[in-house]
Design a protein around this ligand. Structure first.
Ligand code: SF4
Length: 367
């Protein structure tokens, strides 16, 4: 297939859905790791297309959602410092922290700017040499190489007032943490497409080997996702879990070496704090000592009050796949995209936002 609309062809979609229904005899649960997949699944009605034997759960692949409240509180505290400009991707600004949000402190006079790329943040720093510009670095292996490139550019161009608060996270270690906890039993994982473009398929090999869980890397169009589910069902039915790529036009087994070298040159692996999961060893990216003058954690000191989670919000459970958005009693009542209580309702990759936007009454019966 050459064109993207061919991956949305309704005849092919229905044919593949029928094939899955014929193949599927066991009741199974699969998790889509990536928030982009959750939105695509809901938007295209994939949950209604797959047989009732296949239960689908959202996972921790929404960068805004998994940012721990204490880290968000730190970003908000940094915004209060004099002569500081905070630069951040759009969704972060609306996420409620313990006591405020970046949007509120901006309204109160702090200089908080939404950027669409790290390049924008470096350029703001270059144009405002008398101020400190801090980029709030969130995301997975997909965004880390671009953040690394921004630090290298700041070094090359001697933009010493550019800093990154590195909250970047790694995918395979948190998959391991979820599987290790055993809280949510999984038979298969819809592995993230964009992350896998960078890391390839090899880093997931421990999952079928150690946990007997099937892994298939998926693209984001309806046929991509159904092909992925078909492969997952086939592996599970046969009792032969392995790692497969159902997104061959985007992902190579070895990933993108150049992007990884960029990332590994600037960052080293350390622990990270995940909302709803806690500290996960070796799941975060810290700025290497060589580049520490760009590290906001080293350059600035802020004191924080103890973090508070939004009362009644079940984002943590949803991130771990232990609950569905509609199980939260605040969903659609006190928590809506216009007035979000938790990050899963704010983010364009958040599961609650996806269910709010595209969920059907039928979703209520699949709890
Ligand atoms: Fe949190 Fe709102 Fe989702 Fe409930 S509906 S889990 S309060 S984001």
């Amino acid at each position: 297939m050459k064109f993207i609309d061919e991956y949305q062809d309704s005849k092919l979609v229905r044919g593949l859905a029928c094939k899955i229904a014929q193949r599927s005899t066991k009741t199974i649960r699969v998790m889509e790791f990536c928030g982009g997949h959750t939105h695509a699944i809901l938007r295209h009605g994939i949950r209604q297309l797959v047989p009732k034997t296949v239960e689908m759960r959202s996972g921790p692949g929404c960068p805004v959602c998994v940012t721990a409240t204490v880290d968000l509180d730190k970003a908000i505290a940094l915004a209060h410092l004099p002569d500081v400009i905070i630069t951040t991707f759009g969704d972060m600004i609306r996420v409620p922290g313990s006591y405020s949000s970046l949007q509120k402190v901006k309204a109160e006079g702090a200089d908080v700017r939404i950027v669409y790329s790290t390049t924008d943040a470096v350029e703001i720093a270059s144009a405002n040499r008398g101020k400190s510009v801090i980029f709030i670095g969130i995301g997975f292996e997909t965004t880390a190489p671009t953040i690394a490139a921004s630090i290298l550019r700041a070094q090359r161009e001697e933009i010493e007032n550019f800093h990154v608060l590195s909250l970047n996270k790694l995918t395979p270690p948190v998959m391991k943490a979820l599987l290790e906890s055993g809280e949510t039993k999984l038979d298969g994982i819809v592995c993230p497409g964009h992350v896998s473009v960078i890391i390839g398929s090899h880093p997931y090999e421990f999952i079928p080997r150690d946990y007997r869980v099937a892994c298939v890397i998926s693209g984001f169009e309806p046929l991509d996702i159904l092909l992925c589910i078909d492969k997952l069902v086939e592996q599970i039915e046969k009792g032969e879990p392995k790692v497969e790529i159902a997104y061959l036009r985007g992902v190579k087994p070895e990933g993108n070496r150049k992007a990884r070298q960029l990332m590994e040159g600037v960052f080293e692996v350390g622990e990270a704090n995940w909302r709803g999961i806690g500290i996960v060893p070796k799941s975060g990216l810290k700025i290497r000592r060589k580049y520490e003058r760009f590290d906001a954690d080293k350059a600035f000191s802020v004191s924080l009050k103890p973090p508070k989670e939004p009362k009644g919000c079940r984002c943590g459970d949803i991130i771990r796949g232990a609950a569905m958005p509609l199980e939260c009693t605040l969903f659609g009542k006190s928590c809506t995209p216009e007035s979000p209580v938790g990050p899963c309702m704010v983010s364009s990759e958040g599961a609650c936002a996806a269910y709010y936007q595209y969920g059907t009454p039928e979703d209520l019966h699949t709890l």
